[in-house]
Each structure stands twice: as C-alpha cells, then as structure tokens.
Design a protein. Sequence first.
Length: 322
Amino acid sequence: MELRSFVLCNASGDEVCISNYGARLLQWHTQVGNEDRNIILGYSSLSEYLDDPFYHGAIAGPFANRIGGASFSIDNNEFKLQANEGKNHLHGGDKSISDQFWEIVAQEEQVITLKCELEDGFNGYPGAMNFWVTYHLNNDSSLDIDIKVTTEQATVVGPTTHPYFNLAGIESEASGHILQIFAENYTEIDSASIPTGEIVPVDGTPLDFRQPRRLDPKQSKDNLDHNFVVSRSAEESQAILISPDKKLQLHVSSGYPGLQVYTGKHLSGKFESSSGICLEPQFYPNSPNVDNFPFYLTTPEEPFSMRISYKLVKMVQQEETE
C-alpha cells in the first residue's frame, strides 16, 4: 500500500497531519500569537516512519504499554504473546497496528477515519480484530480521537495514542514544560517497568503533580515513564501540559482509568533524549493480569470504544493584557 499523509484544517488555523501508516499523528501546526508552531515531534520525510522504533504519533496496540511475562489468561486458557521487550510484551509487539498500513474509510476537511485488520493469533492475540480510528479536529483547537475495535472472540484490547509533544515548537528545546496531573495515586513498577500491583499515593513523592510543576529532564525524578491513576472524569481535563513560555496549554482527557506520562528518555539518533513528552491515556499496564486493576475484555457482543481528547488553550492574549 502507498505511504500517504492527509491534512485536517479548522477555522482557528490549526492544521493536523495524519498518515495511513500506523494511523499516525505526524504534525499539529497551531498559531500562537503571530507564530506558527508545530507541536508534534517527528521525522522530516514520510519514509523515515517506516523504520521508526519510537512509535512517533502512532496508534499503539492492540494493548498499549506492557503485559508482564508476555501472557494473559481468558477463562483459564493461557495466551502467549510475542515478547518484544525482554520477557515482556510492549505496545502489541512487532509490526502491530502502529506499523501497519491503514485503509482510509472516510475523509472530510476536519475529520478522517482509518481502518486496520489483524488476523486471529496475530502476535498471540486471540480473535481476528478490526480497528477504526477517527480523528476530528474541532474549531476550538481540540482533537478528538475515537477508537473502536470489534473482535471475533473475547480478547485483550486497550490501544492508545503515542505523539511526542513539544509545545514550544519542535525547533525549540523541550525542557521547562510545566505539568499538572489530576491523580492522587500511581501504579508502582518494578525494574522492568511492570506494575507490582500496588496503587501508591503520589503524596510526598516526586510523582506528585497535583499542583503544576516545571519539568527538568536532567533530573532523574523527571525522567518519567509512569502510569497515573486519574481522578477526574472524561468530561474534565485529567492532565495539563504548559509550554515553557506559558503561552500554550494542552489539556488531555479520556474515558480510560490511567494516563502514562513518558518524557522520552529513550529517544536517540535524530532525536535528543527528552525532546518530547507523551501523554498516553490507557488501561493500567499489565491490567489483564492484575485483579485489582480496572479492565474489561473486548468481546463480539461488547466492542471496544474509547475517545481520547487533546485540546489546545492559548494564553497569549491574556498575557499581553496583564
């Protein structure tokens, strides 16, 4: 299939670029005062995404994040997944939906829908699956990402989005972003980033972002790759990222119970470490194997459906009148 990209435009001057490879979010141009900012880290040519190991802008899954031991059980039947991160399974395994060519189902000026199919047993997942992703760029500078999955048998599903944000603009340093997360707790992890099963209060820890705090990726405490237990509903902002100059905010919300925050410490090659920040709504990592983590199977009778929303809020005018 031909590698292609598509542009969505709104009345506010935003332009969002989507690719049919991995249903990836490649660019998001927005006007901040008189300045055009592209706030999504990515490659300069489409073909470079074909060899991308960092999931730039991709839809990751069928189950995003990690599954410990690369296995899970459904009705006492164990399913062995591909182990692609040591002994564990990450982001659906190799050549999963992030590295598939998606079919364009429908496209309008502000909306595009893409579809991807996986065969039964792909990387160990039971049941043939169909994925639909719809990107809707609204006039209020919000981007709604609706994900739907149908399956032929009970299976584990929990995809997410994986853009690396730099609200200063990708030509600028990413250090100095301000982060606020509406979460009282996080899921404790072991040395392989697999949850221990413990849900731990953020109070008194470096992971307390209940009040806005400036990130310094040179400090180990801000090298984040952690799942937060969001305490707000899908109708509210569950996390807010603020540009270093405080002129642009990104509000994140979803119907998922968790939010993975990753500050890009493993980026390398064309990208400097910590040059972008991922805010990935999700089920908690390893949820299929942890009884006290919120999770549900996707079945033929109950398809998966989730909305992830990223909304830009511009503070330029307010600053100019202060």
